[in-house]
Design a protein around this ligand. Structure first.
Ligand code: GDP
Length: 148
């Protein structure tokens, strides 16, 4: 089974969308193994978005990501990284598919409601970044038996 990192960004928290977006993962049958609400430090934002540090919109990302807490989640399933990226879809909600999280909930590229790891390698780094204490819960879901 793969595990991915999901962040429900500050607009999700401000707009009472946490439950609706988590429902998308539950409806799909994905297994939530860790979840916490947290305020992001400048340090963690710099690290997480390091690859965008020289972009003109980087200050906007920083003020957005510190404007309210995020909900950080670790979610597991076979091919979960690709599955969650499909559920999430394009960075710019205007280019997302109807039915995807960003199409259905996000307003603009500046406020796009969710982050999801984009590869296995990134997921490993990001999970360690957000869950330093590594307290991933361990439980069996009935559906686990269907995962090869
Ligand atoms: P993602 O994997 O779809 O989240 O997209 P990226 O990894 O390319 O970008 C990370 C985050 O930076 C996005 O989710 C946006 O919050 C932000 N971002 C990316 N491109 C832009 C942009 O052109 N303008 C602004 N304001 N934010 C952007």
């Amino acid at each position: 089974m793969e595990t991915t990192l999901i962040l429900l960004k500050p607009d999700t928290v401000q707009r009472w969308l946490i439950g609706q977006i988590i429902s998308r993962f539950e409806n799909k049958g994905l297994k939530i193994i860790w979840m916490k609400m947290m305020n992001l430090s400048e340090e963690i934002i710099n690290e997480h978005y390091d690859f965008l540090a020289d972009k003109p919109f980087f200050p906007k990302i920083k003020s957005y990501m510190t404007s309210a807490p995020v909900v950080a989640m670790a979610v597991s399933w076979t091919n979960v990284i690709k599955t969650v990226r499909i559920l999430t879809w394009a960075t710019n909600p205007a280019e997302a598919l109807p039915g995807s999280i960003r199409w259905d909930f996000a307003l603009t590229i500046d406020w796009n409601v969710i982050h999801a790891s984009d590869s296995e390698e990134t997921a490993q780094i990001e999970l360690k970044r957000f869950f330093k204490e590594w307290e991933i819960t361990n439980y069996t879901k009935i559906s686990d038996e269907t995962v090869g």
